[in-house]
Design a protein around this ligand. Structure first.
Ligand code: PEP
Ligand code: MN
Length: 277
């Protein structure tokens, strides 16, 4: 068998479809669906987040993202609002009914995140934090596992294996670009990996075109390519005023550009027979 046994199609040939309950309508992630997660890189303010969240709900986004504990390269950069940001996300969930996705960097934060957060994200920098993966294996909550900055496909699937092996079968894989010699884009999106992992594994695979490119102008074309390549959804950074964003403004779409992306993604999804409603 493949080294990543539980994640492989040899072990389970039926694709895993993860259902996330919501006050608005249930969200599904997996084969046959195109699930859209959107929101700012980091939660920054009550007004900004709530305005963005309501806009995103009205144009058909399925889940809201927002960073609370940000893994910044420099310790002097904005590192997130932490617990106060969680209150803002919870209010957005109350007002929109949309489920929430946020990154967990430290298992000690599970206590405050567990009740209100619907999907726990493991960021690229933590993809091989095996202690964190082991703990998330014991949790009854979907985990969105981003590919590590320089992780091979096998390393990525073995990281998923840690969570599956702990007993948590709800893993969503997210390709977000890898480091290469190319510097005109922030990372190099490995689109071949998306198609390959869809063949190797029964787990849902989504694409993050924001971190993959680092440039907002590239986000829409790359998001379209991801869906055409078979991704089960996308996660996109959106900010109500990207120029003022405290993190990742250059790769964030403003509300109108994101609405245009959404229209294109809806059309493509129906061409590819993926449900997006
Ligand atoms: C993010 O999604 O906010 C993030 C930090 O992404 P990554 O871990 O892919 O860099
Ligand atoms: Mn970001």
């Amino acid at each position: 068998m493949r080294p990543f046994k539980l994640a492989s199609k040899e072990f389970k040939d039926q694709n895993t479809i993860i259902e996330i309950k919501s006050d608005f309508k249930p969200v599904f992630i997996g084969e046959g669906y195109c699930t859209v997660i959107a929101g700012p890189c980091a939660v920054e303010s009550w007004e900004g987040y709530l305005e963005t969240a309501k806009f995103l709900k009205n144009i058909g986004v399925h889940m809201l993202r927002g960073g609370l504990f940000k893994p910044r390269t420099s310790p002097y950069s904005f590192r997130g609002l932490g617990k106060e940001g969680l209150d803002i996300m919870v209010e957005a969930k109350k007002q929109t009914g949309l489920p929430l996705v946020t990154e967990i960097m430290d298992i000690r934060d599970l206590d405050i995140l567990y009740d209100m957060i619907d999907v726990l994200q493991v960021g690229s920098r933590n993809m091989q934090n095996f202690a964190l993966l082991d703990e998330l294996g014991k949790v009854d909550k979907p985990v969105l596992l981003k590919r590590g900055l320089s992780a091979t496909i096998e390393e990525w699937l073995l990281a998923a294996e840690y969570i599956l092996n702990g007993g948590n079968g709800k893993v969503i894989l997210c390709e977000r670009g890898i480091r290469t010699f190319e510097h005109y884009t922030r990372n190099t999106l490995d689109m071949g990996a998306v198609a390959l992992v869809k063949n190797l594994s029964h787990l849902p695979v989504i694409v993050d075109p924001s971190h993959a490119t680092g440039k907002w102008e590239l986000v829409t074309p790359v998001a379209k390519a991801a869906i055409a390549a078979g991704a089960d959804g996308i996660m996109v950074e959106v900010h109500q005023d990207p120029e003022k964003a405290l993190s990742d403004g250059k790769q964030s779409l403003d509300l109108n550009s994101f609405a245009n992306l959404m229209e294109k993604v809806k059309k493509l999804s129906s061409l590819e027979n993926k449900k997006i409603i």
